[in-house]
Design a protein around this ligand. Structure first.
Ligand SMILES: [Zn+2]
Length: 318
């Protein structure tokens, strides 16, 4: 094993996080910058280059101290060419060349992959995935993303869409999704999905409920408020959480039946609901998987939080 260091870059729509790690994945330095998406995102790559160069100078480090730079990004990634397209939250509508530009400017080998894939690698390497060769990460955020490591390989599919767990159909007659089809898991189990389910169930609910009161008053709610009310025993909120857990159990059950991973990890903002959510999802998961999967595939909460991205990105450069 080399003692050269790794750089991990986690590029997101509002911030870009960086870390310098040892070859075995210990974070030594961390910092972040705002992502400037103006002018079709044309400042993003130059800003990343400048930030890396500034920090290497600050820490008295040079290119030869590093094995490589890895980056996780939204959008569709061409792994070999190191290009990205269609990252709309970065304003990247046209083909971007992070590999070409960053290697040229820094002299350090550069690797890029999709952000959720990279987070899955991070959790597998240093988080709840426990270095297992079979790990699926499902990230419950504003939308739902997924990353699949099967028999030790990160899956990409023919066009980079392997692991799009958010668009697994759980209700053929369900809500319309941003992707254009109906009943995708993310329409009911993402942060925005939970709120949508809550609003609809509140309309039909007649009993006593603090959550219903909040909605009837015209106040905004979040998935966090729904889970908080449920933990306090609010009847409506408990019904909503049960419905969300049902859909997650169904969606994740199908992943279990198809891939039989050792761990399906639940991450992202909604997973802050913790064991309260996990135990309910687990109940339905057990219902929707067949015995061998029930006995060998385990649901777990992701543990790295927002460092999964930089750690997983750095692992691309190993
Ligand atoms: Zn969809």
């Amino acid at each position: 094993m080399t003692d050269k260091k790794l750089i991990g870059v986690d590029l997101g729509g509002t911030t870009c996080k960086f870390a310098i790690l040892t070859a075995d994945g210990e974070i030594q330095q961390r910092w972040s910058i705002d992502t400037n998406i103006l002018d079709e995102g044309s400042h993003i790559i130059p800003d990343i280059i400048a930030s890396i160069q500034d920090h290497l100078k600050l820490y008295n480090m040079v290119a030869s101290d590093f094995q490589g730079i890895g980056m996780g990004t939204p959008g569709t990634v061409d792994l070999e060419k190191g290009t990205v397209i269609g990252a709309y939250n970065l304003n990247w509508k046209t083909l971007q060349h992070p590999k070409r530009d960053i290697e040229k400017a820094t002299g350090i080998p550069f690797y890029v992959d999709n952000d959720v894939n990279v987070a899955a690698m991070g959790e597998q390497w240093k988080g709840a995935g426990d270095k297992s060769q079979n790990v699926t990460l499902v990230a419950l955020g504003t939308g739902i993303g997924g990353g699949i490591i099967a028999d030790g390989h990160l899956l990409h599919g023919i066009a980079g869409s392997a692991g799009e767990v958010g668009h697994v159909t759980v209700d053929p007659d369900g809500y319309e999704c941003t992707c254009g089809k109906r009943g995708c898991l993310e329409t009911v189990a993402s942060a925005t999905g939970v709120v949508r389910v809550a609003r609809d169930m509140a309309e039909e609910f007649a009993g006593d409920s603090k959550l219903k009161q909040i909605l009837d008053d015209g106040d905004d709610i979040s998935s966090k408020i729904v889970f908080e009310c449920a933990e306090e025993g609010d009847k409506l909120a408990l019904m909503i959480v049960d419905k969300v857990a049902y859909y997650l159990g169904l969606g994740l059950g199908n992943i279990g039946n198809m891939l039989n991973p050792e761990y399906i990890l639940i991450g992202g903002g909604v997973s802050a609901a913790g064991d309260f959510l996990l135990s309910r999802v687990d109940k339905y998961f057990a219902q929707f998987v067949f015995p061998n999967v029930r006995n060998t595939t385990h649901l777990r909460l992701a543990t790295l939080g927002n460092t999964a991205g930089v750690i997983g990105a750095a692992s691309l450069a190993r």
